[in-house]
Design a protein around this ligand. Sequence first.
Ligand code: C5P
Length: 409
Amino acid sequence: MERLAGQRILLGITGGIAAYKCAEFVRLLRAEGAEVRVVMTAGACEFIAPLTLQALSGERVRTDLLDTDAEAAMGHIELARWADHVVVAPATADTLARLAQGRADDLLATVCLATAAPIAVAPAMNRVMWDHPATRANIATLEDRGTAILGPEQGDQACGETGAGRMREPAMLVEDLVGLLTGSGPLAGVRVVITAGPTREPLDPVRYLSNYSSGRMGFAIAAAAARAGADVTLVAGPVDRPSPPGVERVDIESAREMLAAVEARISGSELFIATAAVADYRPVEHAADKIKKTDEGERALRLTRNPDILATIAARADAPLTVGFAAETGDVVAYARSKREAKGVDLICANTVGHGRGFGDVASTLTVVSAGGERTLGPARKDALARELIALLTDELDARCRPAERLKQ
Ligand code: C5P
């Protein structure tokens, strides 16, 4: 079966040694029925001849932004419109920086800026370059814009070092694209509800109680689940973050709004992942007008408990597989174990926050606590941890309900 039949894939090849693997990548994409057009940077042409890609894609390879002949046939804007999906593989550190900056000074960067199609990148570089804070920041920017980051993998590198930075193998990239484009990954047909971000508990029309949650973990998990083919609803508190591709997003503000949004969508779901940093308390009163200051030096604020969304969903008769998070500043696994029991949830993911850990995009670990024991994921950045978590949850779902039974449902 040609799983990418009729899909128009624009492959951008940039200047890394892994460029040689693109010959095989194009061959595999064509074998799946995709139409492939190739854009190469000047650096890529140093590693592999455009003629090779031309022969394999059956289309003229484009290398120059200012090529009058090529522009007369299919200009860069038409190329950008033609694509159903843009894949940049290998994506060098420089390419990631240029895409993050939104440059338009070569053909590939311009097409990436001009296209409305989803973009995926397969980074490949030396492990130190991959770990550099500049690359980390560029990846975070691209992820925030909804770019799918495919890999890199761990292993031996062309530079003689070993670590993260190898381009994903072409066959794996094809599987990623099949999942992204056709929603036929391991979670195809599975409905997943995810909460993310902080909540805001209003005091008056201009003030609220909230917390510093960035929503990054929940958004990364939503993106990973969607990439695995799941039908994802992301109930998000106020965060300045674009929705991951293919995800239904419901924006809410308060904990009670979050609970109502989740309850309205949970029926028929197989998986509920609560990553939101829900405010435990809300002000007893929500003043209709702005609260005025007084001459008193102190002022008390009366608070009342918010509903526990995770525990509420876990207590339902039709509860899906429930997954909570426990972010603590110490003793995380012990807290996670007792939280799992107290809330009656299937799995709790424990991570350490505070003291500079757990925020932003630094590598961290997640310890997943279940009735059967514990498993540690990472250390890895949040998007890689999210992928590992989704793989683990896919296994959990399969163990509960064999895929054949799932298909029958
Ligand atoms: O009780 P605690 O806030 O430590 O529990 C954290 C876990 O419970 C997270 O998964 C969080 O999303 C979820 N939670 C919730 N509703 C609340 C409080 C926490 O869903 N009111």
